[in-house]
Write a protein that binds this ligand. Sequence first.
Ligand SMILES: Nc1ncnc2c1ncn2[C@@H]1O[C@H](COP(=O)(O)OP(=O)(O)OP(=O)(O)O)[C@@H](O)[C@H]1O
Ligand SMILES: [Mg+2]
Length: 509
Amino acid sequence: MTAPGEVVLALSGVVKTFPGVRALDGVELEVRAGEVHCLLGQNGAGKSTLIKVLAGVHRPDEGSITWLGEDFHPATPQAAMRAGIATIYQELDLVDDLSVAENAFLGHEPHRAGFVRRADSAQRTREILGRLGHPEIPPRRLVRSLPAAGKQIVSMARALSHDARLIVMDEPSAVLAHDEVGNLFRIIRELTAQGIAVVYISHRLDEIREIGDRVTVLKDGRTTAANLPARTTPTKDLVSRMTGRSIEYVFPPRAGREPGPELLAVRGLSRDGEFANVDLTVREGEIVGIAGLVGSGRSELLETIYGARRADAGTVEMRGKRLRPGDVIAAVKAGLGMAPEERKSQALLLGEPIHRNMTLSTFTGYARGGFTDVATERAKAQETADRLHLHPRDVNRAVRTLSGGNQQKVVVGRWLLGDTKLLLLDEPTRGVDVGARAELYQLIRGLAERGVGVLLVSSEVPEVLGLADRVLVMREGHVVREAAADDLDESAVLDLVMAGSLLEGEALA
Ligand SMILES: Nc1ncnc2c1ncn2[C@@H]1O[C@H](COP(=O)(O)OP(=O)(O)OP(=O)(O)O)[C@@H](O)[C@H]1O
Ligand SMILES: [Mg+2]
């Protein structure tokens, strides 16, 4: 076993190219046993590519990797796992239709005389889940039926089922609510206390400060700073190493004038088991924010307003005209646009070029944007790509080849183009780096100034308070408070949001 503090992993001069892109261009990285080593970098800097090289998904073109003192060239993900490196990917890669235990032991089920021992793997899964502080997750439950936080625990259980010595986590907190991040950090502390090393990727500097020991910064596929102390390195240093410039992380000022006439009116909207009796309005030029935990019914509410789900009761009106329930096309015609939360399954045609994805006018993909020819479509998309600092800027590339944060920019960017009157945004900055975030905030504020109404859902309370004019707090499907953003502060919102959240654990059982 390695001693605490001993170097377990060392990378030097690692290069990885894809057709037309040098994703990694000389990476240096050193990870010690028992530390949390954070990787920081803008969208497209190469973080996910780097960890896929470690995980045996990609082969590097050049450079050396040393793992536990030996040269390391994992040919497959299984080989990396066997060597003790486990990865929790940005887009979770569990098999929805297998059980918790089957996922945890996928590819290495306990055998006896050639037969898979289901009872053994269930028992061992139960032990691991207990160690992770989630004994309530049933090993035989299908993964499909678990909430995002539960799925992440299963990913973690899979890592532990291999006796991993290094666990790599690619933006694990992006799918978690506030209280679940605390549990994740508790688990990480227990792992590192046992000498396990953790590589942690996040765009949230507050998390890096809380959980990290050392930080390595990537920019354009290169290490620009290595082994900085996570707690004490000033934010402006981290940001300038990432971006090459200094960025003020501030919200644009609110409009000085009153919002216009009422645009959207939702009355008594309900869906069984999701949300009940919601009343809300959005005026022209107004940004209304909804705060609440994951699972409080916020996303379902937005999707129902958009017509992607059908309400059990209540009405949605745009400018006094009732929208037909469950009819997205009618909603889009009435001027609604929506950037949904799950970009992969709901929003993007991954094999299609960026310009096509940006000009689609519904997330289900049936209606084309109003552009008659591809040249206009491309030019319009290029404009948006430039404003959002899309990386790479070439709008002819397939969306599949973009990094996670850049895919998110395409989803949001789509709505900056058309003549949307009311924009529904569900977690618009998830996975977006600090620089692009500031840009996105300005764009959203700019839309409001042009009279667009915005209804925004975010798990990040400062984002809701900083961007919205008016805030609704949701808990367990009910609006529990409505106030001007100026009349609320973070701790007041968190108190409202968290009260009663003890019930959340039971939803898993
Ligand atoms: N399969 C691929 N084919 C072509 N290019 C790719 C592929 N995978 C990644 N890239 C490119 O490699 C670069 C690095 O991407 P990567 O996903 O590693 O970024 P990242 O740092 O994880 O960003 P994010 O914070 O947005 O997740 C990007 O320019 C991306 O477009
Ligand atoms: Mg990534």
